[in-house]
Design a protein around this ligand. Sequence first.
Ligand SMILES: NC(=O)c1ccc[n+]([C@@H]2O[C@H](COP(=O)([O-])OP(=O)(O)OC[C@H]3O[C@@H](n4cnc5c(N)ncnc54)[C@H](OP(=O)(O)O)[C@@H]3O)[C@@H](O)[C@H]2O)c1
Length: 208
Amino acid sequence: MKIGIFGAGHIGGTLARLFAGAGHEVAVSNSRGPQTLASLVAEIGERVQAMTARDAAMFGDVVVVSVPFWRYREIPADELAGKIVIDTNNYYPQRDGHFPDLDAGRTTSSELLQAHLPHALVVKAFNAISWHSLRDRGRPAGDPGRIGIPISGEDEKAELIVAELIDHIGFDAVKAGSLAEGGRKYQPGTPVYTTDLTAPELRAGLAA
Ligand SMILES: NC(=O)c1ccc[n+]([C@@H]2O[C@H](COP(=O)([O-])OP(=O)(O)OC[C@H]3O[C@@H](n4cnc5c(N)ncnc54)[C@H](OP(=O)(O)O)[C@@H]3O)[C@@H](O)[C@H]2O)c1
């Protein structure tokens, strides 16, 4: 599959490495331009290239958004119409500034991204795992220690494709519900956040 990535930091860079390692074609981008990504691309090696954000959006069948949350409005919307968009972003007011609707719990960060990308199929994933667990703790299917990754979305087919991608890189996807309801269950500050639970433990934690 062709995967475009906005963000080449802790999560975006790690996903680029994992997806390329699993045999996918990856285009990675950041805010400063592809020339600043030469060392990451050289380090990952095959199946990854650096592009402008706009080109990465056009390249991917699936596109990952992994930027500091407050920058979500910079993500180009037209190029993502009809595409699956994986939202790894979390809202941290101390980094992102205050969004009153988020502070009051009237909406969630993924719903704001979905509103910004009205014609994309947003699936929230990779939000509740630290980048170093993502980098180091992938395991083959069936391994009893395999970590569960909660996902949320509005489109079943999009969620299925994201769940398959998660499986390819060594984790079990666990459906948590809609963006509005599911997404709230594993935001920063929730009990399941970055606790590296297995899928059965995560299901229990999300239901609690
Ligand atoms: N770190 C974690 O363990 C973790 C875990 C789960 C979820 N998250 C969430 O995932 C998101 C990314 O976190 P991170 O730790 O990977 O951040 P990070 O290391 O700070 O990297 C952010 C990346 O986003 C890029 N970027 C910024 N604006 C962009 C734009 N308009 N278009 C394309 N790329 C852009 C930056 O590029 P430049 O440097 O060129 O600006 C940088 O490569 C955040 O929302 C975070 O809260 C993080």
